[in-house]
Structure formats: structure tokens, C-alpha cells
Write a protein that binds this ligand. Structure first.
Ligand code: HSE
Length: 311
């Protein structure tokens, strides 16, 4: 049997409150696992998907689309790829499920083919998976999944992505209410125009968040985690959102908001102990709602996709 790679592709928090479509961060857990092997047959073959009911047709699967894109850009490629996917990140959860599969797949393929592409080129391939999943090729999940830590998309055209500094003690607590919010729909409900006053407050926060990360100034990070543009519209779809935000901040969270397009809600905190306290606060609020949910606790993942060779 041909040597393959086993991939761990992390969940991600896109937007990070004020940075709609431009800021994202990677988590240590949960993450999808992917096994990838080269094939003598050209093309992409998805043999099995465990843990989710998703299409194995490479044109209808985010990992398949990203890999086809990858292979198309490889000069004179006469080989293909065989894929098996273990979905540990539930699709539609708001923590970058589609991004993890697309990002993990292209990083794995890059390893198998001797690393012909740069991380930014891999982001570009994986973004095509996002286009399939949500109708928009946003990069704020796939970039941190591939590059690790916090990332900033300075520009989409041309694609310009910056890996930001990640403060040592930053932890995330994520509550995933088991309701479905489609990213495409959560994008459609947004206003197409932004008021100047909101824009001023928002870009002040984006700049300050980046400064707060570099300075490891947790108080500045805390003051920056406010979204005046997207959250007021999307938050009505999430049960007890305001209560979560108020209570978690009262329990010591630096701040937080909707993870990606939701329904997950994230809170950042300084240190694991605070993250634990916030998890138990979230648990108390949701236990009485009658909505099924899951809570994750994770430091920021600095490495992005992880991999190892297998036989
Ligand atoms: N930035 C995207 C959005 C992320 O909020 O629509 C989706 O995961």
C-alpha cells in the first residue's frame, strides 16, 4: 500500500467579533481527521466520510473541490488522490467545519506532492471549498486553519493574508447550540450598507484588537471585542445570546460573540481556569433552555493543520 498522510484539521473561529470576513483564529480542538493517499488514477476519490452525511462526489464536497483545484494547478500531474474523512466538527456549527476539511485536504496533498505550494496558495485552493459550502469564498476560517494562530485578511483582491501574534495565555470557550444556521442564509440577512458611525467604531476595534494581540494587552483585547455591524443582526437567531454575553463577561471573559456565522458562540479569556468558569456559566444558561448543545474549551492553536506520514 502507498504511503499516506494522516491530517488533523482544526476548528476555527471566524470574524472574532469585530473582524467580519477578515480575522480568524484556530483552535486546538475539535478538528476533522483526513487520510490522504496518492492514486495512480488521476482525479479525486472520496472513499468514505465518517460522522456526517455529506456528498462523496468531489464536485459537491468541499475537500473534493479544494483538492481538484490543487491538482489542476500542479504542472504535468498524472496522479490522483484517495481520501477518507472523519468529520468531528459538525457541519453548520459555525466553527469552520467546511474550512477544516478543505484546509486539511490541501495541506495533506501538499505534503504528499513534496510541498510545491506556499500556505497562501493553499488558502486560495481551500477557499474554493468555502465558495461551494456558503456561496462566498471567504478566507477567515481557512487561513487560520492552514496557518495557525490569528490571521488577518488584509485584502481579498489580491489575496494578502497576515499571520498575527497570538498572546500566550489566550483561551477560547465555545458553546455550540445544536440548531442549524446556514452560512449562506446568515450572509443574506446582512445589510449591504454600513452607517459611517458604525464603520468608525468597527475599524477602531479591528485596529485595537490587532494591537492588543501584539502587546499581549488583555484589557485592550477585551475592549476591542465588540461588533456593531453583523452581531446585532445575526444574534437574534441564537437562543439566549445576550444573556450569554453579559453573564460570561461578568464571570471574567474578555469578550466574545458569534463564532463565524453561528450558531456557536465564543468567549475569549486569559488562562484555562477562566475558560473553565465561563464554560460552566454557559452550561448553566443553556441547561435550562431545552436546546441540545456542546461546549468546547481550547487554547489557540498556533500550528494550524497537523499531519504525520502513515503506511
Ligand atoms: N466570515 C464568515 C461569515 C464566516 O461570518 O459569514 C463564516 O464561517
Amino acid at each position: 500500500m502507498k504511503k499516506g498522510v494522516k491530517i488533523f484539521a482544526p476548528a476555527t473561529i471566524a470574524n472574532v467579533s469585530c473582524g467580519f470576513d477578515v480575522i480568524g483564529l484556530a483552535l486546538e480542538e475539535p478538528g476533522d481527521e483526513i487520510i490522504l493517499r496518492k492514486s495512480q488514477r488521476m482525479g479525486v476519490y472520496i472513499h468514505k466520510i465518517h460522522g456526517a452525511d455529506l456528498s462523496r462526489d468531489p464536485d459537491l464536497n468541499v475537500a473534493g473541490v479544494a483538492l481538484k483545484n490543487f491538482l489542476r494547478q500542479l504542472p504535468n500531474c498524472k496522479e490522483g488522490l484517495e481520501v477518507e474523512i472523519f468529520k468531528n466538527i459538525q457541519p453548520g456549527s459555525g466553527i469552520g467545519s467546511s474550512a477544516a476539511s478543505a484546509a486539511g485536504a490541501v495541506v495533506g496533498a501538499n505534503v504528499l506532492f513534496g510541498e510545491p505550494f506556499t500556505p497562501i496558495e493553499l488558502v486560495r485552493f481551500a477557499m474554493e471549498g468555502e465558495r461551494l459550502a456558503s456561496g462566498s469564498a471567504h478566507a477567515d476560517n481557512v487561513a487560520p486553519a492552514i496557518m495557525g494562530g490569528f490571521t488577518l485578511v488584509r485584502s481579498y483582491l489580491p489575496l494578502d493574508i497576515i499571520a498575527l501574534h497570538t498572546p500566550e495565555e489566550l483561551w477560547a470557550t465555545v458553546l455550540h447550540p445544536k440548531i442549524e444556521i446556514k452560512t449562506s442564509e446568515a450572509r443574506e440577512i446582512l445589510k449591504k450598507k454600513v452607517l459611517m458611525n458604525d464603520a468608525i467604531r468597527q475599524w477602531g476595534n479591528v485596529g485595537a484588537l490587532v494591537a492588543g494581540l501584539y502587546l499581549e494587552d488583555y484589557s485592550l483585547i477585551s475592549r476591542s471585542l465588540e461588533d456593531f455591524i453583523v452581531e446585532p443582526i445575526r444574534s437574534i437567531l441564537i437562543p439566549a445570546f445576550q444573556e450569554l454575553k453579559i453573564e460570561c463577561k461578568a464571570s471574567g471573559a474578555l469578550g466574545g460573540g458569534i463564532s463565524g456565522s453561528g450558531p456557536s458562540v465564543f468567549m475569549l479569556s486569559k488562562g484555562k481556569e477562566k475558560a473553565r468558569i465561563i464554560a460552566s456559566r454557559m452550561d448553566k444558561i443553556y441547561a435550562k433552555l431545552g436546546v441540545d448543545y456542546k461546549i468546547y474549551l481550547s487554547p489557540v492553536n498556533r500550528q494550524g493543520v497537523k499531519w504525520e506520514f502513515i503506511n
